[in-house]
Design a protein around this ligand. Structure first.
Ligand SMILES: NC(=O)N[C@@H](CC(=O)O)C(=O)O
Ligand SMILES: [Zn+2]
Ligand SMILES: [Zn+2]
Length: 433
């Protein structure tokens, strides 16, 4: 089957300008990109000067299945991904049971294939049951299809365990993806140890709870040579440590979430678990360091850390509610509206951090729009402004601090391997041949 997208706008790699293009999809592949394509057999879709980007790639999501299907399933999570313009997501191992054995990897891959909304890349656990005591069989996990190892959800507390994990991961060519959190510093806290915590008498989580692990792990990885990746980086200190490690030529990478780029603790209006996530929203200074780090390349990619929870769980108050917010369906519009339209980031930078860079980071053959590549792509409306409405989410999670915010940049169509997985409305004139 052939599909022809007419009159889209594509970002030109060289000039970084938007250029008008037609794109012909043949089966799973981008067959042709040109300023004018005619094809009698193809189904035509008039894109009417909407932006076409490579399908977004999110290296950090929680799909919750198996074990927490009340929060999300592989089907709902990947449909949410499609609605947000994502075609590839890497899912974290803190399921029940965790992704620490081959059958769980196989189950996830099968269910993802069945759902058909997006490519799912499982991330295997570092330690058995994520308990920090014993390493998983990373070799078997890799053979089954994991793209990296992580104990996300918890930090690896033992330096010795982390060192052994790095040695093993290095031998297998797997990146170590670290949730950096020192329990002795973080335990019991629910927000950043800053102004907001003081004002409401809440126990804080200091920045060093994260940066101590970043520093430790960079030291551990130095001689081993493993690819070490920092999850949801949140503090100025951590950015500085990654910057220094990169300058020394170490293979260290980092991701940042949309919420850490857009909010700080002072933006939390009052204790509200929709603003509770791990790591917590930090200070204004930290937020500025994250934007700077993203711009200068210290931070390689944007990842959502999509962490759905039920409303019941989130209604337990600031101290008892679980950490985490959803992100797949709001990431691009929020960042486009609040960083690109304000001039802090260019459109090219934003797209790169959500497509080409994450693909490169895990060595994936996606993330670029070019002839011969897999037809993963997203069509985006940059012109209309609409509010974020959690009741319209395809995710089971409604937990977002951004409900009611007006944003531009909504994905209106998503193609995964040439198949349309999301179509916002019939605002396009579609011609059958
Ligand atoms: N980020 C969060 O606040 N929560 C994540 C766990 C994690 O990413 O560490 C979750 O699984 O809910
Ligand atoms: Zn985490
Ligand atoms: Zn996470």
């Amino acid at each position: 089957m052939k599909t022809l997208l007419k009159n889209g706008l594509m970002l030109d790699e060289q000039s970084k300008k938007l250029v008008k293009r037609d794109i012909l999809i043949d089966g799973e592949i981008i067959a042709k990109i040109a300023s004018e394509i005619e094809d009698e057999e193809a189904m035509q879709i008039e894109v009417a000067e909407k932006l076409i980007t490579p399908g977004f790639i999110d290296l950090h999501v929680h799909l919750r299945e198996p074990g927490f299907e009340q929060k999300e399933t592989i089907e709902t999570g990947t449909y949410a991904a499609a609605r947000g313009g994502f075609t590839t997501v890497a899912c974290m191992p803190n399921t029940r049971p965790p992704i620490d054995s081959v059958p769980i990897v196989e189950e996830i891959l099968e269910k993802a294939e069945e759902a058909g909304y997006a490519r799912v890349l499982p991330i295997g656990a570092i330690t058995v049951r994520q308990l920090g005591q014993e390493l998983t069989d990373m070799e078997a996990l890799k053979k089954a299809g994991v793209v990296a190892v992580s104990d996300d959800g918890v930090g690896v507390q033992s330096s010795k365990m982390m060192k052994e994990a790095m040695r093993k991961a290095y031998a297998l060519g797997l990146p170590v993806v670290a949730h950096c959190e020192d329990n002795s510093l973080a335990k019991g806290g629910c927000v950043h140890d800053g102004e907001f915590a003081k004002r409401y008498g809440l126990q804080g989580i200091p920045s060093e709870a994260e940066s101590i692990h970043v520093a430790r792990d960079i030291l551990l990885a130095e001689d081993i040579g493993v690819h070490y990746h920092v999850c949801h980086i949140s503090s100025e200190q951590s950015v500085r440590l990654v910057r220094e490690a990169k300058a020394r030529g170490q293979k260290v990478t980092a991701e940042v979430t949309p919420h850490h780029l857009l909010l700080c603790d002072e933006d939390i209006p009052e204790p509200n678990p929709m603003f509770k996530m791990n790591p917590p929203l930090r200070s204004k200074k930290d937020r500025e360091a994250l934007i700077q780090g993203l711009k200068d390349g210290t931070i390689d990619v944007i990842a959502t850390d999509h962490a759905p929870h039920t409303l019941l769980e989130k209604q337990q108050g600031m101290e008892r509610a679980p950490f985490g917010i959803v992100g797949l369906e709001t990431a691009f519009p929020l960042l486009y509206t609040n960083l690109v339209r304000t001039g802090e980031l260019t459109l090219a930078e934003l797209i790169e951090k959500m497509t080409r860079k994450p693909a490169e980071l895990f060595g994936l053959p996606y993330g670029v729009l070019a002839e011969g590549k897999v037809a993963d792509m997203t069509v985006i409306d940059l012109e209309s402004e609409r509010p974020i409405d959690p009741s319209a989410f395809k995710s089971k999670g409604r937990n977002t601090p951004f409900a009611g915010t007006y944003v531009y940049g909504w994905p209106v169509m998503t193609f995964y391997k040439g198949v349309k997985t999301w179509d916002q409305a019939d605002i396009f004139v579609t011609f059958e041949e």
